[in-house]
Design a protein around this ligand. Structure first.
Ligand code: HEC
Ligand code: HEC
Ligand code: HEC
Length: 446
């Protein structure tokens, strides 16, 4: 199977390249979507309150609401614009409204969309819908999700917004080739260990991260056809080694000691996912919403399972842990600001992150020895300085601390220098950043 896939992959790559390059993202035939609804009833067995409740929890884990809700719109009613290199695609209405949502979807139709990536009308969905990850969801969990969407979600009449993608890029057949080449086989049996969320287990963690949690959709880098370089840990070290999503770099989540989670304890990871902050870091960018909509609702056993699984991922690089150095702090205290970026740091950043780079626990994150600051890819750091960020206010940590934007006050050269400074001060050891990179990110900012 693997061989056949590899061959298919290279052939499909050639065939698809022209039409789909960039298209993976998202193109969509809106008229087709508008017409998919036909008539079949929901299964009666779905009427089970416990099943619906479990489905609701699983929908949280899968973060369906994130993509299927427009800003200020009704939950799951779709209409969120997703920007792609070839145009805008709008997410669909997945409330049980019969005319404009999925009310007329039989279980098989729902399963086909969720795990197989095919619509009720038979065409292939854009993998902006993370069905390559959802393929790992076990049938029992698909049933619970179906019960929830049919009986636990209020129907909303909201017609699909036509996508802004023109022919020929709006053709869907190349997506079918993409799907055959890159989507994994759909889970059939039930792995009891993975299914049972009552106690912490590595298998449960793997199941949630590789499947419903679709963490790799952001944290794994993508190839030229925008396929994830690995969909599971078995697929290689690229899995969860980090990827850029819009203007943010989703960190390396493997066990690397400098830029990964190698220095985080299991409790650290659980606290980050539950509260959006811990002694190492605070959530921002795309992760802010993941914490707000999804991970803060996860049960303690599930959070611990996820943390244990992430800690089991072999590091991509053998790295010695960084060691704190007080050289930069002493120099800043003594007013020695000859190093490029040091003056900018003192004037703009030190009030919160402090000249020793240690910040204030739970309020202003530390910059010294931080996996975020030492990330191989500096995209997040540049975006943070240009645009600022606000922590997620979660149920267990409601206070929102905000970092101001410096995009108006600092030019590209100054941003590059201050980011380079924090990447080399206090024992940090990350590469320098140049003004050209800052300019590119500033220009492509929404
Ligand atoms: C990262 C964004 C994203 C997430 C997360 C997501 N979806 Fe989707 N989904 C989409 C997009 C975009 C489409 C439309 C794709 C297209 O038009 O080809 C879609 C399509 C669908 C469809 C097909 C609808 C139709 O009209 O045929 C269903 C059903 C669906 N999603 C259910 C879910 C469920 C259930 C979850 C959570 C377990 C979920 N989605 C999570 C982006 C997402
Ligand atoms: C929509 C994209 C997206 C998804 C999906 C996503 N993340 Fe993230 N994640 C990010 C971004 C961007 C960052 C960097 C910003 C930050 O540190 O908050 C990040 C950071 C993190 C961090 C902090 C790493 C560090 O070194 O500071 C952890 C831990 C994490 N994510 C875990 C997860 C887990 C577990 C999942 C799946 C349940 C997940 N993420 C799904 C985008 C995403
Ligand atoms: C008013 C206080 C304040 C100032 C001034 C400030 N920051 Fe921040 N910074 C924060 C807060 C709060 C966060 C957390 C934001 C979030 O998680 O959304 C943060 C986050 C960060 C992070 C990410 C750390 C992590 O692991 O999550 C970096 C890097 C950073 N700031 C760098 C800087 C730089 C460089 C400057 C000066 C140009 C600066 N900050 C100025 C408050 C501040």
């Amino acid at each position: 199977m693997r061989n056949a896939l590899t061959k298919l992959r290279s052939r499909a790559a050639v065939a698809v390249a022209v039409t789909v390059a960039g298209a993976f993202g998202l193109v969509a035939g809106a008229s087709a979507i508008a017409s998919v609804a036909s008539s079949t009833g929901a299964s009666a067995s779905a009427d089970d309150a416990a099943l619906i409740k479990r489905g609701e929890y699983l929908a949280r884990v899968g973060d369906c609401v994130a993509c299927h809700t427009a800003k200020g719109g009704k939950p799951f009613a779709g209409g969120l614009p997703m920007h792609t290199p070839i145009g805008i695609v709008y997410s669909t209405n997945i409330t049980p409204d019969a005319a404009t949502g999925i009310g007329a979807y039989a279980y098989a139709d729902f399963d086909n969309a969720l795990r197989h990536g095919t619509s009720k009308a038979g065409y292939t969905l854009y993998p902006a819908m993370p069905y390559p990850s959802y393929a790992h969801i076990q049938p029992d969990d698909v049933k619970a999700l179906y019960a929830y969407f049919m009986h636990g979600v209020a129907p909303v009449y909201q017609p699909h917004i036509p996508n802004g993608i023109r022919w020929p890029l709006s053709m869907r057949w190349p997506l079918a080739l993409w799907r055959i080449a890159f989507a994994p086989d759909v889970a059939t049996g039930t792995n009891a260990q993975a299914a049972d969320g009552a106690a912490m287990s590595l298998e449960r963690g793997r199941y949630l991260v590789e499947g419903l949690g679709h963490c790799g959709a952001c944290h794994t880098s993508r190839g030229t056809l925008l396929q994830e370089h690995a969909l599971t840990d078995g697929g290689g070290l690229a899995f969860l080694q980090g990827g850029v999503v819009e203007q943010w770099f989703a960190n390396n989540l493997r066990d690397d000691r400098v830029d990964g989670l190698g220095e985080w304890s299991r409790e650290d990871i659980v606290a980050f996912l539950k509260t959006g902050r811990n002694t190492h870091s605070a959530a921002f960018g795309g992760m802010r919403d993941v914490v707000l909509d999804s991970t803060q609702y996860m049960s303690e056993p599930d959070l611990n399972s996820i943390a244990a699984y992430l800690q089991s991922l072999a590091p991509a690089r053998q790295q010695a842990a960084l060691v704190y150095s007080n050289k930069a702090a002493l120099a800043l205290h003594a007013g020695q600001t000859g190093v490029p970026g040091a003056r900018t740091f003192l004037d703009n950043c030190a009030a919160c992150h402090r000249s020793d780079g240690k910040g204030y626990d739970g309020v202003f994150p530390r910059l010294a020895l931080s996996s975020t600051v030492n990330a191989q890819d500096p995209t997040s750091l540049i975006s943070l300085v240009l645009h600022g960020a606000s922590m997620p206010g979660t149920h267990s940590a409601p206070t929102v601390f905000t970092m101001p934007a410096f995009g108006q006050r600092l030019n590209d050269q100054q941003v590059a220098e201050v980011v380079t400074f924090i990447r080399s001060a206090w024992g940090n050891q990350a590469s320098a950043v140049d003004a050209g990179t800052v300019q590119r990110i500033r220009k492509s900012s929404p």
